[in-house]
Design a protein around this ligand. Structure first.
Ligand SMILES: Nc1ncnc2c1ncn2[C@@H]1O[C@H](COP(=O)(O)OP(=O)(O)OP(=O)(O)O)[C@@H](O)[C@H]1O
Length: 357
């Protein structure tokens, strides 16, 4: 099922949103781009908060806008969460959560308070007033309230932008869990590569009011000029199962043929599907199997691509034995001296990994 959006929306002389795309309605789609590129405008158009003349917005086989037809926000059954929470300050957490739930016809309710409060870790807060909550707790309640109208679609406009780094880290696992467990497709505005790498399944890259392309996260990370590399250089995101902590305090990640070890920074139970981020500059390459070396994470890989050098450094894209891509950033001189080329089998030595919970 797809969301079809075709619209032109002009603000004064300087900005025009001009889109004609279909977004798959499955998992998390990130709308990514610089400030002012039109992400929020597109989200408002999808929500029905903005009404562009002549636009078409179709959700699967439902027509939300076309010709004279226009379905208002409250009839689109969309859950909305913005940067700043929009909770009702005079009501308790419980009453805020139930506000939309009670107004949703019983036949349409698919998500219910007990599962949503457990998913977002807010069971203990139900009797508090909104002004007795931290910023992160308020955003979790906002997410809960949006989910409890059993929406067909969740629209998140930088829900973590107003939070400090520590609180963002605290809320990220809840957002991830919500995306995986609620079954509701999510469109999330973000200008943070970090958030996109953690949460998105696909990304619509926006620039100057247009969608440049829509790619899966892995397609985007496989191209050398990915906009997701702006912050920290080239990055790989591996997906795999996280095992239980072993005696010496590390946890296995991924299948035996592509096994990595991660420090036990989390008390999280073993999980079948988690993401791990590796910065390309933290990966070295070796033609021999290094035995006496302190780096524990060594993967047998095959070179798939060597990018043209930039500032005398090359990104080498390597395929792991379980079919994922690990990027290594090494000097052009090392590429030459080791005689590296497409198809070379060698070892990727990974100095540091970060779990994206
Ligand atoms: N109601 C409005 N009237 C006039 N101009 C507007 C209006 N809303 C947005 N704009 C302009 O349209 C452009 C796109 O804004 P929009 O908020 O969609 O961008 P954005 O990508 O979401 O930015 P940010 O990441 O900073 O939130 C900006 O130049 C903005 O100033």
């Amino acid at each position: 099922m797809n969301l079809q959006v075709q619209a032109r929306l002009r603000y004064g002389e300087d900005f025009e949103l001009n889109v004609d795309h279909e977004l798959p309605l499955e998992g998390v789609t990130g709308l990514f781009g610089r400030s002012g590129c039109g992400k929020t405008s597109l989200l408002r158009l999808i929500a029905g908060l903005e009404r562009a003349k002549g636009a078409t917005v179709r959700f699967g086989d439902q027509c939300w806008q076309q010709g004279r037809a226009f379905v208002p926000l409250h009839k689109r059954r969309i859950g909305l969460v913005f940067q700043e929470h929009s909770l009702l300050p005079h009501l308790s957490v419980q009453d805020n959560l139930l506000y939309g739930y009670k107004r949703t016809p019983a036949a349409l309710r698919r998500l219910h308070p007990p599962e949503v409060t457990a998913m977002l870790g807010i069971d203990d807060l139900l009797n508090r007033r909104i002004d007795q909550l931290s910023g992160g707790q308020r955003q979790r309640v906002s997410l809960g309230r949006a989910l409890l109208i059993s929406p067909q679609l969740l629209l998140l406009d930088e829900p973590m932008a107003a939070l400090d780094t520590q609180t963002k880290r605290e809320i990220m696992p809840f957002l991830g869990r919500m995306a995986a467990e609620s079954g509701v497709p999510i469109i999330m505005v973000s200008h943070s590569p970090d958030e996109i790498q953690r949460l998105a399944d696909r990304i619509a890259f926006m620039q100057n009011g247009r969608i440049q392309c829509i790619e899966t996260l892995h397609q985007s990370l496989a191209r050398p000029d990915s906009p997701l590399f702006e912050d920290a250089g080239a990055v790989s995101v591996l997906e795999g199962a996280l095992g239980d902590t072993e005696e010496d305090g590390v946890r296995p990640f991924g299948p035996p043929e592509a096994r990595l070890w991660v420090p036990n920074v989390t008390q999280a139970p073993a999980k079948p599907n988690l993401r791990l981020r590796i910065l390309a500059r933290d990966v070295s390459l070796s033609l021999v199997n290094p035995q006496q070396i302190s780096i524990q994470n060594q993967l047998l890989v095959t070179i798939e691509r060597i990018d043209a050098p930039r500032d005398n450094r090359c990104v080498v894209a390597c395929r792991t034995e379980d079919g994922q891509l690990v990027l290594a950033e090494i000097t052009a001189r090392a590429v030459r001296q080791l005689g590296l080329e497409t198809g070379t089998r060698l070892y990727a030595l990974i100095k540091s990994v970060a779990l994206l919970e």
